[in-house]
Design a binder for this molecule. Structure first.
Ligand code: OOG
Ligand code: MG
Length: 252
């Protein structure tokens, strides 16, 4: 049964179609939902995609309020979700995509389970400003916590700006999302669990609950500092984060 739900979500993502929330017809525990996510990602991996990291979700109040949920979630990132910095995406490949400003970590050593700040810091290879493109496979972008977890936390794409050294300050940085040079969202890296490093620590803890670990070379997205913004054709979206190099992409 969970495998059927995983295939349904995978097909919805692959064909850019929206489906009713699973919770409208099925009772899914959070463990079931993470199992569905894992099975749906296995569909992608069986088509040759590679796991490149993880993303955290609902790490800021702004996101929790926008989506009406109140718990941390995590999802998986694959290589085909990567959008080149400065690249262009065709919106016909998405259902109702949105963009949000994020901070990304790249790891140089593994992390799993309960880790200290010092251990998390020592595992970071580089940091970067980033933009996540999310796209719920559910109608009207509405979901319960278990729905969104099963749907790989709405993951669909991400842009990573130029990597910067691991000791770059990421505390209390102003984070802006611009559409065609107009600022549409503004927050602070402090809005991400008080400090984005806490999101990395949570990622290590969360994936370990399901028997996984963050690996060297992987990318971890810390979660958006602001609400997400709906995309339309003909836009240039950029993330400008104080002290980090900017990144952007355009839409067709
Ligand atoms: C779920 C994904 C949340 C974030 O950064 O908080 C997320 C959604 O909002 O659809 O990626
Ligand atoms: Mg996000």
């Amino acid at each position: 049964m969970l495998n059927d739900l995983a295939k349904k979500l995978d097909q919805a993502a692959a064909n850019a179609i929206s489906i009713p929330q699973l919770s409208s017809s099925t009772q899914l525990s959070l463990d079931d939902a993470y199992q569905v996510q894992k099975l749906s990602i296995e569909q992608r991996l069986s088509r040759g995609e590679k796991l490149v990291g993880y993303k955290m979700g609902f790490t800021s109040r702004a996101k929790m309020i926008q989506m009406g949920v109140d718990d941390l979630i995590w999802g998986r990132l694959t290589d085909t979700m990567m959008i080149q910095d400065g690249g262009t995406i065709d919106l016909t490949h998405y259902v109702h995509p949105r963009a949000e400003p994020e901070i990304a970590f790249r790891l140089k050593s593994p992390l799993a389970g309960i880790v200290t700040k010092e251990e998390a810091l020592a595992a970071i290879d580089a940091v970067a400003g980033a933009i996540e493109v999310i796209d719920s496979r559910y109608q009207n972008f509405k979901f319960s916590l278990s729905d969104v977890i099963a749907d790989n936390c709405s993951s669909t794409g991400f842009v990573i700006g130029p990597w910067q050294s691991a000791d770059t300050n990421i505390d209390g940085l102003a984070m802006a999302l611009k559409v065609n040079d107009t600022e549409v969202e503004r927050g602070s890296s402090q809005d991400i669990l008080d400090h984005p490093l806490n999101s990395l620590i949570e990622a290590a803890r969360c994936v370990a609950q399901y028997g996984e670990s963050l690996q060297a070379g992987q990318i971890i997205l810390a979660g958006a500092a602001t609400a997400a913004v709906a995309l339309a054709p003909g836009q240039t979206i950029s993330a400008e984060i104080e002290g980090l190099a900017p990144c952007h992409f355009s839409t067709l």
